[in-house]
Design a protein. Sequence first.
Length: 208
Amino acid sequence: MQLQRLILFHKALADPTRIRILALLARGPLHGQALAGKLGIRPPTVTHHMSKLREAGLVKERREKNTTYFYLQETVLRRKARAVLDVVLKEAHETFEEQAEDKMKNTDQGAKAKRELEKQEVLRNFFTPEGRLKQIPAQRKKRLIVLQHIVKGLKTGTSYTEKEINEHIQKFHDDFATLRRELIVNHIMYRENGIYELNPPELWADLP
């Protein structure tokens, strides 16, 4: 694969919004209005990003009546990502199929029920009956459960100032700075120029 094409591929990915779009399309085709709603951006902004992704061959579109749907070109994404690894490492590398198989583990209904029971147990142990967080969990899995519970009152597509986020977090715990940072680190929230937005759940850090 030509090096120039790989450079174009990485330029297309060098924007957090475009990565969020690809993550959403990985779950199925969506039209521009739906993408705008999920990401909390204007439709013209979606159009701009889609042109960059199309140029890199990462998405295709199909028109159904009066609506245009966008599809992730997963095969192209995998091929170009592998090509980058070949160029840089020049040796055998772990395939995306193996990564996908790892992520598909524990998807049966029994595993889901078990995870839900674990989640409820963590919330009972770390929150008072009044809804206050007793302490920030040291274990990452429990901390992620707590963070996901804290943002339930926030809305996807709504912009929040840092002051608003601090006030929201303080309803649960006084150490708003640590919890706010954890929300960003774990991709639950997105911050740009002092403005915070809730990411779609598909982009949140996975529970271990």
